[in-house]
Design a protein around this ligand. Structure first.
Ligand code: ZN
Length: 236
């Protein structure tokens, strides 16, 4: 299991290196459940979501993406802004990772600034990131909706593995488990490495929001995110 997973990770890293430069085309944006999604345009067949040849690399470069920021608050509810919660969780995850694991971290943002979706993907691609994790908080018109879900790009086996490993660590924090799902989110589509997007609770739900409003819970989520990344890369 461990060997297989490590091999898979190495396979993916190599494929990243061999993928030709890809210029993201402008896409129509629509809002669904508070998240910016790309259109249904398919990725090119050469796109780096599948392994190619082996080049072993021990220590990963992890791209962390704190959703929204600056003029884009993301979901708003119960007195909270999604952009502030995602930034805090991402910063805590970076700290945990760099303190505890032989990994380096690149952040798409580390303060309350606007960063386009294209720039987020480009930052990870230009850094040669080993994998990409985007952190979000859900929102829905029905305030009773609550719980955890993680996403991967449709058809990406490595993305699905990453999303599943994150989910399996984060689920200890939730009683409502909404599942590991695929979706054509922009940052999953245009990053050329395994990628996952986590929706850790609903800002529109009073119970989820009250938990997210504590530093203790956000630290727990950050730690679980990091442990899920460890599970993905090192297999335990
Ligand atoms: Zn979001």
């Amino acid at each position: 299991m461990k060997l297989t997973r490590t091999l898979a990770a190495a396979l993916v890293l190599s494929s990243v290196l061999s993928v030709p430069a890809f210029a993201a085309k402008p896409v129509q944006q629509t809002q669904i459940a508070g998240e910016a999604m790309s259109n249904a345009e398919a990725a090119p067949s050469s796109y780096g979501k599948a392994p190619a040849t082996i080049t072993a690399t021990a220590n990963p470069v992890i791209a962390l993406d704190a959703g929204h920021g600056g003029s884009d608050p993301g979901g708003v509810g119960n007195g909270l802004y999604e952009k502030n919660l995602t930034l805090d969780i991402a910063n805590r995850a970076k700290s945990y990772i760099t303190t505890n694991y032989p990994a380096s971290v690149v952040m798409t943002r580390s303060s309350d600034v606007d960063v386009s979706l294209a720039s987020r993907a480009n930052i990870a691609n230009n850094a040669g990131a080993s994998f990409f994790v985007s952190m979000h908080i859900n929102a829905f018109s029905d305030s009773s909706a609550n719980g955890l879900e993680t996403y991967y790009y449709p058809g990406s086996t490595n993305g699905q593995n990453l999303a599943t490993d994150l989910y399996n660590k984060l689920k200890a924090s939730y009683s409502v488990l909404r599942g590991v799902k695929s979706a054509d989110f922009y940052v999953l589509h245009y990053t050329n490495m395994p990628a996952s997007l986590g929706e850790t609770g609903f800002i529109s739900n009073a119970t989820d929001a009250s938990k997210l409003n504590t530093t203790t819970f956000r630290q727990t989520l950050a730690t679980q995110y990091a442990q899920g990344m460890h599970l993905y890369w090192w297999g335990n």
